[in-house]
Design a protein around this ligand. Structure first.
Ligand code: NAD
Ligand code: 89Y
Length: 338
């Protein structure tokens, strides 16, 4: 299977390493407007460099493109890929507006290709172990969940746009945590949220607390912070507390999964540190490879990815609803919001 990467920035390096570990896949070309970035990435991974995505799509015979640019360029690039008739995997946040998201989904659908959003936190090894345990009924039927990400890690040095974009934590990070809540408890009926900015040097919100009602009756709290000065620092771990009618599940700091149902089971669910990975990012880096493997499995089988464009519309609707609820102090009915 032949692929090409568009956007050779900070996070794309993880994606290139990830692809190198997937059997039967070769990234034959990379594209970036920035000459230093495209040439360095092309040399490091042995691919042909392009300055322009349209030129690359015309010149190369590709099965898929991997879009690793920031959100503003997603719509034109996804539409270009659809016109070229290739499958698409695109980084989160997928779109700045629901209208853009719907247009991209329609374009790839019309081309008869698969579109997956790279919303990878549900593929973190520890989170995946918890999702599997809940789906297997380990604690019976869940009625309460807390999906929590609290950190003081400096994300701004690697991703400076996070300090200057008008929206920060919900659009950048909360989107993953909301997606994990959906993977655990399913679709959402209502959402309410509060936001704060604690760090005065940034433009957007760095704290968000969201209350969700799910269709299956679960109530969940999704809480995110980049203003939490905690030792030990837990970046980039997602922590979980889930209560079911037969027991409780906790995913605690240090990748420790605890399931209590009378008896107690404690599992070490720490992610592997891949040879190219570095702590503390190894958790996210391993999840990149797992979501890429899922994408390739879907291309081979024709199955829809878990975070397909259509599915991700529901996560994006939660992001929009959270900003709206925080601004208006209202509770949003999600059945009207997609
Ligand atoms: P970045 O700014 O470092 O890199 C983006 C690159 O895209 C730049 O080099 C830029 O020149 C290039 N680019 C932009 N538009 C282009 C176009 N039309 N054609 C060719 N090249 C173009 O950004 P980043 O920090 O690597 O983030 C990229 C995306 O990855 C963001 O959406 C971010 O939210 C996401 N991200 C995801 C995770 C995750 O765990 N899933 C982690 C970090 C970042
Ligand atoms: O951009 C974000 C993401 O997707 O995961 C962590 C991150 O890099 C910073 O919040």
């Amino acid at each position: 299977m032949k692929g090409a990467l568009i956007g050779c920035g900070f996070f794309a390096q993880n994606q290139m390493h990830g692809w190198a570990g997937i059997e039967g896949v070769e990234i034959v070309a990379v594209c970036d407007r920035d000459p230093a970035r495209r040439n360095e990435t092309a040399t490091r991974f042995g691919a042909r460099p392009y300055a322009d995505a349209a030129e690359m799509l015309a010149a190369e015979d590709l099965d898929f493109v991997d879009i690793a640019t920031t959100v503003a360029s997603h719509r034109p690039l996804v539409e270009l890929a659809a016109q070229a008739g290739v499958h698409v995997i695109c980084q989160k946040p997928f779109a700045e507006t629901m209208e853009d998201a719907r247009a991209m989904i329609a374009a790839v659908d019309a081309a008869g290709k698969i579109l997956m959003v790279h919303d990878n936190f549900r593929w973190q090894s520890a989170v995946r172990a918890a999702i599997q345990a809940v789906r297997d009924g380990a604690i019976g039927t869940p009625f309460f969940g807390r999906v929590s990400f609290r950190s003081g890690y400096d994300v701004f040095s690697g991703q400076p746009y996070l300090a200057t974009d008008p929206r920060f934590i919900i659009q950048d990070l909360g989107i993953h945590i909301l997606d994990v809540a959906r993977a655990l408890f399913g679709d959402v009926t209502t959402l309410s949220a509060t936001t704060r900015r604690i760090n005065s040097k940034i433009r957007g919100e760095d704290v968000a607390t969201m209350l969700l009602e799910h269709e299956n009756g679960v109530t969940s709290v999704v809480d995110c912070s980049y203003a939490t000065k905690r030792q030990p620092e837990t970046f980039p771990e997602t922590l979980l507390e889930i209560d079911g009618d037969k027991g409780t599940l906790r995913l605690d700091a240090g990748y420790r999964l605890v399931i209590q149902t009378g008896a107690e089971e404690v599992r070490d669910v720490a992610p592997a540190v891949l040879p190219w990975a570095e702590r503390p990012w190894h958790n996210i880096q391993k999840s990149v490879q797992l979501i890429q493997q899922h994408f390739v499995d879907c291309l081979r089988s024709g199955m829809q990815p878990e975070t397909s464009g259509h599915d991700n519309l529901k996560t994006l609707a939660l992001v929009e609803a959270a900003y709206q609820s925080a601004a208006d102090r209202t509770r949003i009915d999600m059945r009207a919001a997609e």
